[in-house]
Ligand binder design. Structure first.
Ligand SMILES: [Fe+2]
Ligand SMILES: [Fe+2]
Length: 246
């Protein structure tokens, strides 16, 4: 039994959204997902998909994408990404009822893996625009957008706290924390997300959303203040699910 994670499948079986314009790694990426997930993940394993599942805007436009995910091996737990328009934040319970025992939607709740609680939320990071000097150093940023981002961070932190709270009420003391957005933006060393991870002594923070060579280093990777940070964007991993826990 093992715990794996992979993010940003960006499926589009019913939407006209060719992903290969994003680079070679995206060429027939759904075939790679099918091949590598089937090779690595066993039926008794858990696979957390960290958001941006489908380009469909409404649930009927995602049917084939979600069916594709359902057909992958293991227990599939889905986190909400910024492109998951089909997933109304207030209707997670309904999604869990519709897909009962087939797909598991993580928001304002938690799932157990051995003696760990899998907690999470979409998260949010301020992504600029940043203003750079000739040497590429940050000399300023859009303050209006930053103020808006702070509100979104607060909302996501509320959802994340709820997830932790439910897990603790159920008696869990060990946590793996999932985010869609990176835990920090390019100018931050720490954020409310790294702080809550440290406060709760989480074993790992797993996130995605960052696409392309130039963005993979946007946030923390590896060990920081005793927490392991893992980037699991599909294109970063060439669509191989990453092992989080054995
Ligand atoms: Fe994405
Ligand atoms: Fe995203």
């Amino acid at each position: 039994m093992a715990l794996y994670a992979l993010g940003d499948l960006h499926l589009s079986f019913q939407a006209d959204k060719p992903m290969d314009v994003m680079g070679k790694v995206w060429k027939r990426h759904e075939r790679k997902i099918e091949k590598y997930v089937n090779r690595i993940v066993k039926p008794e394993d858990t696979l957390v998909l960290t958001g941006d599942h489908s380009w469909g805007r409404k649930l009927p436009e995602c049917e084939q994408d979600l069916a594709f995910i359902e057909n992958l091996p293991g227990r599939k737990i889905l986190l909400r990404g910024n492109h998951d328009m089909f997933w109304d934040a207030k209707k997670t319970k309904q999604l869990n009822e519709i897909f009962k025992d087939r797909l598991f939607f993580l928001q304002n709740n938690f799932y157990a893996y051995k003696d760990y609680a899998l907690v999470g939320a979409k998260g949010y990071t301020f992504e600029g625009p940043f203003y750079l000097d000739r040497r590429g150093r940050i000399v300023g940023w859009d303050e209006e957008r930053e103020a808006r981002a702070k509100k979104l961070v607060d909302r996501e932190m509320g959802r994340l706290r709820e997830s932790f709270c439910q897990a603790k009420t159920a008696g869990y003391k060990k946590f793996i924390m999932f985010l869609h957005y990176p835990p920090t933006n390019i100018m931050e060393q720490t954020s409310p997300f790294t702080e809550i991870a440290e406060e709760n002594h989480v074993t790992a923070v797993v996130y995605s959303h960052c696409h392309g060579e130039t963005r993979f280093g946007d946030s923390i990777r590896g060990s920081f203040h005793g927490v392991q940070y893992m980037l699991v964007s599909g294109d970063y991993l060439n669509f191989h699910p990453a092992l989080v826990l054995e």
